[in-house]
Structure formats: structure tokens, C-alpha cells
Design a protein around this ligand. Structure first.
Ligand code: NDP
Ligand code: OXD
Length: 312
């Protein structure tokens, strides 16, 4: 039996789609009556504290989110394998966001918008894309897709990951020892890391101070589409105010929804979006997780299982 436990999304709609895709395999919601011992799979997003109570026969926890940081911190998380969402549609949406933000900052959107507001005709020619270094932190599923889509636009690409990676046309760095060199050549820093104890607070004032300052007029830029826990918002406010950063695009926040009294709302060179960079689409999600479930039932095993020791 598959149990759905989704918050902040249309659980009924997902349940209907799963029931159709998996029939005759039983699919239930929390509001249905069922025997918890019969639940072999649970599909979760923002699970409540009692989400896993009584589920003693789980074969897998299926995560609607690509990021599993909150799930990993759930006090009742059972020992069962966790399968996260890995999907072309999700990657495409994330790369859409990244490409839009990177292009906007490369072409000095903040500057020209201010000029327009002031009715100021000030001819300034942005550097070409090939003279602009985009540094991607996190070279996993989403980081690699972003690199693939930025490359044809001509940007010079570099990446940073935990272990060494190679990708055609990307200058790659890894580990603590590679971090400063990676930052020193980065004009636009794109964060696509998972949130783990090692990456918490990595977008801080010291990091910003290590970015390349010689190429992008107005100063280096950060784009955070991963998790709010990666960023120190007080440091971002300070860096945007004193010119350490030229601009920031933030899709995620330390507290979500972003509190009304956050200074980030009102900073001209800060671009706030409400955690919408990429959404797990129902159609592709149902297709993906139905296949995972069926394959596992057929003895083929699970894929995209989270490594609990790494935390992602
Ligand atoms: P992956 O697990 O595929 O990739 C993670 C990458 O980060 C890997 O390259 C990994 O290194 C690297 N990494 C992990 N820890 C470290 C570290 N300590 N130092 C350096 N590099 C590290 O994740 P995805 O690409 O699928 O997703 C990334 C994140 O994006 C998710 O965890 C989620 O938080 C976020 N996300 C946000 C969304 C939004 O709407 N805002 C939507 C979807 C996802 P290595 O290659 O060596 O393993
Ligand atoms: C995710 C997200 O992790 O939507 O998939 O943030």
C-alpha cells in the first residue's frame, strides 16, 4: 500500500493520479481508514511530526522534494531507504530560473532599471558572456543541467563539488581546498548545493568577499535557488549595502514565507521570489514514483536513494 502525506500541495489530486497509475495497487491518504502495517511506501512533502508513527513495514520513503534536508531532520524518520525526486522536468524548470537570473545580472539589469527610473541616458556596454564567469556550487543533477544550458549562451563556467567532477567546458573545483580558487574566478555565484551541516551558512560575508571583483560592473552577484539555510541573510543585507555584492537573486530564505519585516523585500538590488524556482510536477512525479514502486516490487531495487551518511 502507498500512503500519501503531503502538506502545502494538492494531496487529493496526487492521490487520484497515483491510484490511476498504480491500479490495482492500493493508494491511501491520511484521512482514509487503513492498517498502518500494510503501508509499504509513504510519499511525503513536509511531513507532520507523527507522519511515520506505526509504519513498521516501510520499504521506502518517497520524497516529493529533490532536497531532503528537512526530511533528514524529522525526529521520527524510519530506517527505510529514502528515494528523492530526480526528474528532467524539474531540472529544466530550475535551469530556466538560473538562466534568467544569470542573464539578467550579466546584462546589468539593476543598473539600467535605475537609469530608466532616473530618466538617465548612460551608455554602458556589459561584457560579453564569454568574459563573464558563472560559478556553480553543487555539480549534481541540477548543477550539471544548469551548466549544460548556460554553456550554449557563451558563459565561462566553473563548478565546485564535494568530490572531483569533470564536465566538458567547465573548469571544476572540489573540496575545501578548492573553494577559494573557485570563488576567486567567479563573477556570478549560483548555489545548487544540498543543505547539510557542511553547507549550512556557506553564503556568508566572508564567501562574498572572495568573489572576483574585477569583471562585473557593480560587483559580483549571488543566485541562491537551493535552500535558505545556505544563506546568512544579515550578511547579504550588509554585502548588498556596502558593495561587496552587486546584486542577489534569492528564491529561498532562512524562514519561509519570508517575514514581512525582512529588509530583503525592500533592497533594490535584491530579487526575491517565493521558492518557485522549480516545482515537482504532478504528472512527471506520478510517472517517476510509480515506476520506482513497481520496479522495487518486481525486485529491481531502488534508484536515487539518499546517502544518509553524506546527508544528500
Ligand atoms: P544532487 O545531490 O544531485 O547534487 C548535489 C551536489 O552538491 C553534488 O555535486 C555534491 O558533490 C555537491 N555537494 C554536496 N555537499 C557538498 C559539500 N560539502 N561541498 C561541496 N559540494 C557539495 O542534488 P540536486 O542537484 O538534485 O539538488 C540540489 C539542491 O537543490 C537540493 O538539495 C535542493 O535543496 C535544491 N532544490 C531547490 C528547489 C527550489 O525550488 N528552490 C527545487 C529543487 C531542488 P558530489 O558531486 O561530490 O556528490
Ligand atoms: C525541492 C524543492 O527540494 O522544491 O524539490 O525545494
Amino acid at each position: 500500500m502507498l500512503l500519501l502525506h503531503l502538506s502545502d500541495v494538492d494531496e487529493a489530486s496526487w492521490a487520484k493520479a497515483f491510484a490511476e497509475a498504480l491500479a490495482p495497487y492500493p493508494v491511501v491518504r491520511r484521512s482514509d481508514s487503513f492498517d498502518p502495517a500494510q503501508v509499504h511506501y509513504i510519499f511525503v512533502w513536509k511531513p507532520k511530526p507523527d507522519a511515520f508513527d506505526g509504519l513498521d513495514n516501510l520499504k521506502a520513503v518517497l520524497s516529493l522534494g529533490a532536497g531532503v534536508d528537512a526530511l533528514m531532520r524529522h525526529p521520527g524518520l524510519p530506517d527505510a531507504p529514502i528515494v528523492r525526486f530526480v526528474d528532467d522536468d524539474l531540472s529544466q524548470r530550475m535551469s530556466d530560473y538560473v538562466v534568467a537570473q544569470v542573464s539578467m545580472h550579466h546584462r546589468q539589469f539593476t543598473r539600467f532599471r535605475a537609469d530608466q527610473a532616473a530618466r538617465r541616458w548612460s551608455q554602458f556596454y556589459p561584457p560579453s558572456a564569454s568574459e563573464t564567469n558563472v560559478g556553480i556550487m553543487g555539480m549534481g543533477v541540477l548543477g550539471q543541467d544548469a551548466a549544460r544550458r548556460l554553456k550554449p549562451l557563451g558563459f565561462a563556467l566553473r563548478s565546485w563539488s564535494r568530490t572531483p567532477r569533470t564536465m566538458d567546458g567547465v573548469e571544476t573545483f572540489s573540496g575545501d581546498q578548492g573553494f577559494d580558487d573557485f570563488l576567486a574566478g567567479t563573477d556570478i555565484l549560483v548555489n545548487l548545493l544540498p543543505l547539510t551541516p557542511e553547507t549550512t551558512g556557506i553564503l556568508n560575508y566572508e564567501t562574498f568577499g572572495k568573489l572576483r571583483r574585477t569583471h562585473l560592473a557593480g560587483g559580483p552577484v549571488i543566485v541562491n535557488a537551493a535552500r535558505g539555510g545556505h544563506q546568512k541573510e544579515a550578511d547579504i543585507v550588509r554585502a548588498l549595502g556596502d558593495g561587496t555584492l552587486g546584486a542577489a537573486s534569492l528564491d529561498v530564505f532562512e524562514v519561509e514565507p519570508l517575514p514581512q519585516d525582512s529588509p530583503l523585500w525592500a533592497i533594490d538590488n535584491c530579487y526575491v521570489t517565493p521558492h518557485i524556482a522549480a516545482i515537482s510536477d504532478e504528472k512527471s512525479g506520478v510517472r517517476y514514483f510509480s515506476k520506482i514502486l513497481r520496479d522495487n516490487e518486481a525486485g529491481l531495487g531502488l534508484v536515487n536513494v539518499v546517502d544518509r551518511t553524506r546527508g544528500y
